[in-house]
Design a protein around this ligand. Structure first.
Ligand code: ATP
Ligand code: MG
Length: 329
């Protein structure tokens, strides 16, 4: 089966200006390079897992792809259009097809509205169905995410954390999206609830042929849910491969270190990285990982390594990915 690319992200960049104590009056102080250079493809009906440490730019990547924060540079190609270049009103057409499930579902639910109203609202805005059809649809979606009809009349504070996460999935689903970006949808939940939500997402993805970008810092979660995985470090993707290939062999020193911290079933040495993740206010020159990489050379300090395919569908951004001088797997 040939895979059809649905979203192609090319050299996406997002910088935020940060101001000093006097705000904008004091002038632009510095720039946060939240997304330095990200290229990835979401294939139709596939889940792409984006993993990385806190602050590596995962959420910003997701929000920028959806146009919720304007990109600084790059392209997001969807159905022959570059979403980065669309105006707000042109973007509205695509809004319902591209949905975000938030990291913090409480902040995305209106505390003063009954859940039924919140779920029905986008249908009203887009003039879809009459009252009866809309309520029917809301009941159907509540059922899909494992909630009951009586939840229609409740307010957000009357739900548990796990239920609220189901609601935020319901809210994304109500518009029959083609693409869903899930930003850490299970991070705040305990393990048993996590697996219930992951199973719902997995079933949905299969049955509705949803295309998903799944953002997380949890390697076992990403392994369970994703067809392909991208590893992010300081605003760049350092390695990308099919899930099975990545767990069979990691090629980038950062991925090796990250994976060595979790049990993968293979005999492996725990690799502890030196130092802290550098500030995106002042990212390192050359390879962004060079300040923590035990194998960094002068070339790494100067030259940005391109993300390149060195095995079929397995890409890595390391000058020395082909060489044996790295940690053994
Ligand atoms: N609106 C903003 N203004 C300034 N800096 C921002 C803004 N949003 C994000 N950043 C910065 O951009 C960087 C990337 O943030 P982002 O939220 O994308 O990371 P993340 O990988 O999602 O982290 P986490 O795992 O903690 O959610 C961080 O250094 C963050 O402080
Ligand atoms: Mg985040």
């Amino acid at each position: 089966m040939t895979k059809k690319p649905l979203i192609e992200v090319k050299s996406l960049q997002k910088q935020f200006p940060v101001y000093g104590p006097f705000g904008k009056l004091g002038g632009v102080k510095q720039t946060v390079h939240a997304v330095k250079d990200v290229s990835l493809t979401l294939y139709e009906g596939e889940t792409y897992g984006l993993v990385g440490e806190s602050g590596s730019g995962k959420s910003t990547t997701g929000r920028t792809i959806l146009g919720l924060t304007p990109a600084t540079a790059g392209e997001v190609l969807y159905e022959g259009k570059d979403l980065v270049k669309l105006s707000k009103s042109e973007m509205r057409k695509f809004r319902k097809e591209l949905q975000l499930v938030f990291q913090d579902p409480f902040s995305s639910l209106n505390p003063r509205k009954r859940i039924g109203q919140t779920l029905e609202e986008p249908l009203i805005i887009h003039g879809l169905g009459d009252k009866e059809e809309r309520i029917e649809k809301v009941f159907r979606i509540l059922d899909i995410v494992g909630l009951q009809k009586e939840h229609y009349y409740r307010y957000p504070h009357e739900f548990s954390g796990g239920q609220r996460q189901r609601l935020s999935i319901a809210r994304a689903l109500i518009m029959n999206p083609k693409v869903m970006i899930c930003d850490e949808p299970v991070s705040a939940l305990d393990v048993s609830i996590q697996s219930q939500i992951l199973n719902i997402l997995k079933a949905l993805q299969r049955e509705m042929q949803l295309t998903m970008l799944f953002i997380t810092h949890d390697i076992s979660v990403v392994r369970y849910i994703s067809h392909r995985i991208g590893i992010m470090y300081l605003g760049t993707i350092v390695e990308e491969a099919c899930t099975d290939d990545l767990f069979a062999e990691t090629l980038h020193p950062y991925t090796k270190a990250l994976f060595s911290a979790v049990p993968t079933g293979k005999k492996q040495e725990r690799i502890v990285l030196k130092g802290e993740i550098p500030s995106p206010l002042n990212p390192p020159s050359g390879c962004v990982f060079h300040t923590r990489c035990p194998f960094a050379t002068e070339r790494c300090r100067q030259e940005v390594p391109a993300l390149r395919e060195i095995r079929p569908q397995h890409k890595v951004a390391c000058h020395y990915a082909e060489e044996e001088k790295q940690w053994s797997n």
